[in-house]
Design a protein around this ligand. Structure first.
Ligand code: ADP
Length: 259
């Protein structure tokens, strides 16, 4: 087992290539893409040159969150050049490799190829690259851990039991591949009232932190279910880029990685 400190060392040590950190979840819809985008922006705000690869083949969404839907990556020497975004994070997304709105029905080797192109791109300026994985433990994840061996993985879950069981499975997957799990993040942890900001807990609270304890993994933080987070993501205005209260949990998690 590793902890945040191990990855921190990797990030600040002399390095030739950027540190890869995979963001995974057991199932979809738990906020993995939202966390990846906002964490990347929060890291960049703390002076860490951060890139993002959206490897979620089944539902790439980063180009929407980053307001970069029309951006198409250029290439140099047969390698893609990541697209600049207005949030200080360069990115490449599966969504930029296909026509907008087209469903992606690729076979395994094509997916592996697209992943390779995005990771072997011109990332020379970045300290760290966050990789938004598809949910679960399928082909893309397997290629990712076997071929590129990320320095660590962060797992996102909602507080409910089912999501937690899936997250624990995803944890075992990274364990088996000898990729250290940096820690767990609880998303949609309580509901932030859009009027007064008070957080209540319709789904219970602390489930992910308790699971982290059980699994002997670091708990990195919790992000409330907040209408402003959803609206910001859809509008291409990720909250971590601003100074609202919604930026806070993302900056705090980034602080733990970047200290
Ligand atoms: P995943 O990548 O796990 O499939 P997404 O990040 O796409 O999940 O999130 C699913 C939906 O939930 C999106 O519409 C997103 O804006 C919304 N969402 C994610 N996290 C939160 C949150 N903390 N509060 C409100 N909405 C959220």
């Amino acid at each position: 087992r590793s902890d945040v400190n191990d990855v921190r060392v990797v990030m600040t040590a002399e390095r030739k290539a950027p540190t890869l950190i995979a963001i995974g979840s057991g199932k979809g819809g738990v906020g993995k893409s939202t966390l990846t985008a906002n964490l990347a922006i929060a890291l960049a705000r703390q002076g860490i040159r951060t890139g993002l690869v959206d490897a979620d083949v089944y539902g790439p969404s980063q180009q929407v969150i980053f307001d970069a839907e029309d951006a198409k990556p250029d290439a140099r020497d047969n390698r893609m050049i990541p697209v600049e975004t207005k949030f200080g994070v360069r990115m490449l997304s599966m969504g930029q490799l296909v026509a907008p709105g087209r469903a992606i029905a690729w076979r395994g080797p094509m997916v592996g190829n697209a992943l390779a192109q995005m990771i072997d791109a011109h990332w020379d300026a970045e300290d760290v690259i966050l990789i938004d994985l598809p949910p679960g433990t399928g082909d893309v994840q397997l290629t990712m851990v076997q071929k590129y061996k990320p320095a660590g993985a962060i797992l996102v879950s909602t507080p409910q039991d089912l999501a937690l069981i899936d997250a624990a499975r995803a944890g075992q997957f990274f364990d088996a591949a000898a990729v250290p799990v940096i820690g767990l993040v609880e998303n949609m942890a309580g509901y932030a009232c859009p009027h007064c900001g008070e957080v209540s807990d319709p789904f219970g609270k602390g489930g992910v932190e308790a699971a982290a304890q059980r699994l002997e993994l670091p708990f990195l933080g919790r992000i409330p279910l907040d209408l402003a987070i959803r609206q910001g993501s859809d509008a291409g205005e990720p909250p971590a880029a601003g100074d609202s209260a919604q930026a806070e949990p993302f900056l705090s998690i980034a602080g733990k990685l970047a200290a």
